[in-house]
Design a protein around this ligand. Structure first.
Ligand code: PHE
Length: 455
């Protein structure tokens, strides 16, 4: 057996897992899905899903990861003493692969924006022009493909260095810097004319705006931002010593992630309303609104550049975790094979990601199931594969691992009591699976069908 690597410090683990969680999900996707999905109502639903479903699952992934001390494919078969269960790890590896193939497209857009600023192309434009510029940038096939490749290349270079020197060190510097800059940005946004409209849109719920689809999106979003259901958290927890306090780590990560999503919303929606843009503009939102907000500040473009660099870091720390789970599984944690495997996996991901990248340009008119290639991949990962993975993990933890083993593992490093344990267990065993199944059935239209039958 090869020796499993370990995190160097407790805070290093928390920042690396928070780094995996905080990324495009909280900063780019959250504001735009909240914008299309009903604003405040969506936000509250997202919060509820995060607390009631996300939190127990995150802890579940931590427990089996640390208990298994292995890559996600082995962990499940080892803990269940049955190789069939490795399917959960395999689904996770497959999902991470597809996820990074389109995630890297957006990572590439951030790189292109950085290049634009440095070249002076974003200075002093009027608000509407930023929207057009975004469309011009993302529809250029050559530039977007190169940028996507650069994004993957950076991930390869860091992940091939391993846990401590690569992922942990990078996360320790980037995450605190991101938080500080975000707070500055929100202060500026809140002082724009008409900012309160935006705050109201994000925080005051109108539940009549919710649809089945927005409920599914809120569920998908809460799993997506916490990197749940793909065994990334299982993999990161496998590098932990038994002294780490798991409940405390899970709570810290959830708080950090929620704060960043909230700050992203507070940075963007005041700008949307102040500049008369549409909150449901979709993926363009952050790229069109933020330059306009920054443009109104002294040294605005300098701060926007700093913001983009940190945004890029946040996306990268998430990308690291997606590659890491694949590398850990393929190399079976053998450090000697790490470098070569990381390169091969990274290049394959780039190739598979090409159609997603071109979905905003050359392939914009090619639609499958009414969606562009990019949207189809995103929908399959965020709204089907991740909730499905989460469902299987919840079933696995609560049915296949004995309660005593779970309690001992949870207690190791923390001083939680039976009460906390029981609540967590009930949420994971009953509430999480039932909620996921209901949301799935609802989306498939089964409830409408049943109602029709009984009419
Ligand atoms: N949590 C990441 C984000 O919000 C995405 C992610 C999902 C990362 C699943 C790893 C695994 O950007």
């Amino acid at each position: 057996m090869s020796q499993q690597e370990q995190w160097k410090s407790k805070i290093g683990f928390i920042l690396a897992t928070a780094g995996s969680a905080i990324g495009l999900g909280a900063i780019w996707k959250f504001p735009y899905v909240a914008g299309t999905g009903g604003g405040g109502a969506f936000f509250f639903l997202f919060l509820a899903f995060t607390l009631i479903l996300g939190m127990p699952l995150l802890l579940g992934e931590f427990i089996i990861g640390r208990k298994g001390q292995s890559n996600p494919i082995n962990t499940y078969s080892k803990l269940a003493s049955n190789p069939k269960w490795s399917i959960i790890g395999k689904i996770g590896v497959f999902t991470s692969f597809i996820l990074l193939s389109f995630y890297s497209v957006v990572g590439g857009w951030i790189i292109l924006y950085i290049v634009q600023i440095v070249a002076g192309g974003l200075n002093g434009l009027d608000e509407g022009r930023y929207m057009q510029l975004f469309e011009e940038i993302i529809s250029n096939p050559f530039a977007t493909l190169i940028a996507q490749f650069v994004f993957i290349l950076i991930s390869i270079l860091v992940v091939s260095k391993g846990i401590q020197k690569g992922i942990e060190l990078a996360s320790k510097i980037m995450m605190p810097a991101l938080l500080i800059l975000f707070i500055g940005l929100v202060i500026r946004s809140l002082s724009l004319d008409g900012a309160m409209e935006g705050v109201k849109f994000l925080l005051v719920p109108d539940f009549t705006k919710l649809t089945s689809e927005s409920i599914l999106f809120a569920l998908g979003q809460s799993f997506f931002t916490l990197s749940l259901g793909v065994s990334v958290m299982v993999t990161y927890a496998s590098y932990l010593p038994r002294t780490q306090n798991l409940p405390q780590s899970a709570i810290s990560i959830i708080i950090l992630n929620t704060i960043i999503a909230l700050l992203a919303g507070l940075a963007i929606f005041p700008g949307v309303f102040s500049f008369d843009l549409e909150p449901n503009a979709g993926p363009v939102l952050i790229f069109a609104v933020l330059p306009a907000v920054f443009n109104q500040m002294p040294f605005g473009m300098f701060f926007f550049l700093a913001f983009l660099i940190l945004f890029l870091f946040a996306a990268l720390t998430s990308a690291f975790s997606m590659i890491e789970i694949i590398v850990a599984s393929v190399t079976k944690n053998n450090p000697k094979k790490r470098k070569k495997s990381t390169w091969i996996i990274g290049i394959l991901i780039f190739i598979v990601g090409i159609p997603s990248c071109l979905s905003y340009g050359m392939l914009a008119d090619v639609q499958l199931f009414n969606r562009t290639f990019f949207d189809l991949m995103d929908f399959a990962v965020s709204n089907i594969l991740m909730p499905l993975g989460a469902l299987l993990i919840a079933i696995f933890v609560s049915q296949k691992v004995s309660k005593d083993v779970l309690f001992t593992e949870l207690k190791s490093g923390s001083n939680i009591g039976r009460g906390f344990f029981s609540i967590w267990y009930i949420l994971l065993k009953y509430v999480t699976p039932i909620a996921i199944i209901i949301v799935f059935l609802d989306v498939l239209g089964l409830f409408n069908w049943i109602i029709d039958v009984f009419k």
